[in-house]
Design a protein around this ligand. Structure first.
Ligand SMILES: Cc1cc2nc3c(=O)[nH]c(=O)nc-3n(C[C@H](O)[C@H](O)[C@H](O)COP(=O)(O)OP(=O)(O)OC[C@H]3O[C@@H](n4cnc5c(N)ncnc54)[C@H](O)[C@@H]3O)c2cc1C
Length: 451
């Protein structure tokens, strides 16, 4: 022990706890509340002060059972806009198809909510505190040192300039995209298959969908990616575009003009937005955020939510994956503290489950902007209940329901066959065009013309 550490201990500034949770977003609050309820001494450390801005406003139906188990369902209901489904552009008279959650195959709830994240995250952090966690705000973890499997020291700096240390038997890292532990342990990996960035703002006066579709999230495509419209409380519409990072790098001039020009790129979205006003002229940009970590945990530590991995917001899966993953991670931590010899196996199972769920979303995400997937979303068919299987995926029901899982496998097969059909059509057209070019050059006829 160094002289400085001895001094600190004498001053009583090294605090001991069973579990330290880094980050007070949805994942951190969930883990902190559940572990405190199981009788552990939990110190939760959040560097910002709630309410603080965060993007990620549209929730999934499968989040509702997690809220219920946590005991916050009524509070979410009071904060949120009722979300009955997701709509995607289509070549029909009204211009879109609604994928209504009520039509999902399994037992997922028939709706979800859309929330201002600053209110939602504050409510969850307060709830963790009410559940017994010492939930601190304005306390940033600046250094970590693991001395033994059950002894990790975190150095903390408060926003009023104080410093102290926490010694924990277990560390749950829920630091979001900062990925505090994954960066220090050099586990963070950029996603080579998928890169995206986003630009977004909040508008007043945008046109909602009519009737019972009013609370839908609407998804649109454009040349460089896709866009969202999310109805929020108080008549506000969150609107943003997700695109390849290179596209955002092209921007010159005012960011607000770039956002508006980008949104004009989809005429149907723009028609709903052209009368609207950007609130406070405020536009935000996020850089490339698709990554994961090579491991999810080890003796005495575990990564949850975005601190482990994040893919893409297109199906609004982030908060659900963060909270459901944190709920399971809390069970693992609780059991590992009681029966350390089971820890490795429990962590392996947790990681496998989380990666499997994410891979199921990834199949759709990676292909979403391609012509085949676009065509399938524009022209849904419910043969073999495939459309309903997709609705279940959109509801977040892609871990445990066999009926859904085998529809998703079948969907992959149909996707592959459609891709093959499109490829053959493309090849035929391409051969025809090449042959025609050759005729113009040589003055002959093509084999296809002769057929
Ligand atoms: C453009 C975009 C749109 C999105 N849209 C959606 C959507 O519609 N629906 C959806 O479900 N998800 C969406 N997401 C994803 C969603 O934002 C995240 O998946 C979700 O917030 C993850 O929760 P979390 O608790 O893991 O992390 P976060 O919510 O990011 O919380 C992490 C917390 O840790 C704190 N922290 C960081 N470092 C430290 C430190 N060293 N010490 C103390 N505290 C620290 C941060 O201040 C923060 O409060 C979107 C993401 C993006 C980029």
């Amino acid at each position: 022990m160094t002289e400085r550490e001895r001094e600190r201990e004498r001053d009583g500034v090294v605090e001991s706890c069973d579990v330290a949770v880094i980050g007070g977003g949805p994942a951190g609050s969930t883990a902190a509340a559940l572990l405190a309820r199981r009788g552990h001494r939990v110190i939760a450390l959040e560097k910002a002060r709630h309410p603080r801005f965060h993007i990620g406003e549209s929730l999934l139906p499968m989040n509702l059972p997690v809220f219920e188990r946590l005991g916050v369902l009524e509070k979410v209901r009071a904060l949120g806009v009722y979300k009955p489904g997701a709509d995607f552009e289509a070549d029909n008279e009204r211009g879109y198809n609604t994928y209504a959650f009520a039509r999902a195959l399994g037992d997922s709830p028939p709706h979800a909510y859309q929330v201002w994240r600053q209110d939602f995250d504050k409510m969850l952090y307060d709830h963790a505190r009410e559940s017994g966690a010492e939930a601190r705000e304005g306390h940033e973890v600046v250094r970590v040192e693991q001395r033994h499997a059950r002894e990790t020291r975190l150095d903390v700096r408060t926003d009023d300039g104080r410093e102290y240390a926490v010694q924990a038997r277990y560390v749950v890292d829920a630091s979001g995209r900062d990925a505090f532990l994954a960066c220090r342990r050099k586990l963070r990996r950029k996603n080579a298959e998928h890169q995206s960035a986003a630009i977004f703002g909040h508008f007043r006066g945008a046109q909602a969908r009519p009737g019972e579709d009013a609370g839908n999230i609407s998804i649109y495509s454009f040349a460089h990616g896709w866009m969202w419209m999310i109805p929020l409380p108080g008549g506000v519409m969150s609107v943003g575009a997700v695109c390849r990072p290179d596209y955002l790098k092209q921007r010159k001039g005012r960011t607000v003009d770039f956002l508006l020009e980008t949104l004009e790129g989809n005429p149907a979205l723009w028609r709903r937005l052209r009368q609207a006003e950007l609130i406070d002229g405020e536009v935000r940009v996020t850089g490339n955020y698709s990554y994961d970590s090579s491991r999810m945990g080890g003796p005495g530590w575990v990564l949850v939510g975005d601190a482990f991995a994040f893919l893409d917001p297109v199906f609004s899966s982030g908060v659900y994956l963060a909270m459901s993953g944190a709920e399971r991670a809390a069970e693992v931590v609780d059991q590992a503290l009681r029966e350390p010899r089971r820890e490795a196996a429990l962590l392996r199972r947790l990681e496998k489950r989380q990666r499997t769920g994410m891979a199921r979303f990834a199949f759709f995400i990676y292909r979403f902007n391609g012509p085949v997937m676009q065509w399938m979303f524009r022209h849904p068919r419910n043969t073999w209940q495939l459309e309903q299987g997709v609705i279940s995926m959109l509801a977040g029901d892609l871990f445990d329901t066999p009926r859904v899982l085998w529809r998703l496998r079948l969907f992959k097969l149909v996707y592959a066959l459609s891709g093959l059909r499109d490829w053959r059509r493309w090849r035929t057209e391409h051969r025809y065009r090449l042959a025609q070019a050759r005729i113009r050059f040589t003055g002959g006829t093509t084999p296809l013309d002769q057929e």
